[in-house]
Design a protein around this ligand. Structure first.
Ligand code: 4GX
Length: 242
């Protein structure tokens, strides 16, 4: 999969994509990620990327021309992307379903804004969609872009070594994860649940499904509407309601 990110802070993106499964997938050639410094696409001596807002008001607005020049460079040197995403609190919420949708594309471009925002003509003429990672105000689109790339990349076949670990993920099943334990079996007086030490694999599976479901009911009941439950799980859910 090919990804291109346009930003005034390319080192933030480089650092965030150098480690872990994404870093390894880049080295292995599974992900082709281009990081582009917006200032490289300015034509003035001081590489200015922002200007005062028409109509007045506080803060600065990102100029359109460097974004248009960067997109022209990308189309010429990297090919025509299937999606150009602007990260903004005004976008639709980025979810696991959204990550799956984007992971099916071969080439995606992410546009990172700073300051009060980006000239509206960038959104109109360049962006094919706008995404938000949540209802809070960040200082720029770089952290959202890293979140989107990370969530999408780990769905690309081969990026996460073990397919089963993507399968097991919370949200792949539409439920929260079950609790995980490793050695020692007792730590500061806290015991690992006996069933996990029992070697009874059918019982372990059952405990995990039931615990995941109970946690979801308690913490994120909103997720249940989109979860795929088997007959046992529907029965546990009915009992948990009474
Ligand atoms: N999920 N921000 C973007 C600047 C900006 C504003 C408007 C383009 C248009 C955010 C979020 C987020 C803050 C990133 C404002 N750029 N982005 N930035 N939450 O808060 O995506």
């Amino acid at each position: 999969m090919k990804l291109d990110i346009i930003t005034i802070f390319p080192r933030m993106i480089d650092a965030g994509l150098a480690e872990g499964v994404v870093g390894r997938a880049r080295t292995a050639g599974l992900l082709d990620i281009g990081v582009h410094n917006l200032r490289d696409f300015t034509t003035d001596k001081h590489h200015v990327v922002d200007d005062v807002p028409f109509g007045g008001g506080p803060g600065m607005v990102m100029k359109p021309e460097p974004f248009f020049a960067a997109m022209t460079w990308i189309r010429e040197h990297r090919g025509a992307p299937e999606a150009v995403i602007l990260l903004t609190p005004a976008g639709g919420r980025f979810t696991q379903d959204g990550a799956r949708r984007l992971a099916a594309f071969r080439h995606v471009v992410l546009l990172c804004g700073r300051y009060e925002g980006i000239d509206e003509r960038v959104r109109e003429a360049l962006a094919t969609e706008e995404l938000s990672i949540g209802d809070y105000v960040l200082s720029g689109g770089e952290v959202p872009a890293l979140a989107v790339v990370d969530a999408v990349a780990r769905l690309v076949p081969g990026v996460v070594g073990d397919d089963q670990s993507v399968e097991a993920d919370s949200f792949t099943r539409g439920l929260l994860d079950y609790p995980h334990y490793t050695r020692p079996a007792e730590f500061e007086g806290r015991q690992v649940p006996d069933v996990l030490l029992s070697g009874h694999h059918a019982e372990i599976r059952r405990w995990r499904r039931e615990t995941a479901l109970r946690r979801t009911v308690e913490r994120r009941p909103d997720l249940l509407a989109g979860a795929t439950l088997d007959a046992d799980e529907r029965e546990w859910l009915k009992r948990s309601k009474s």
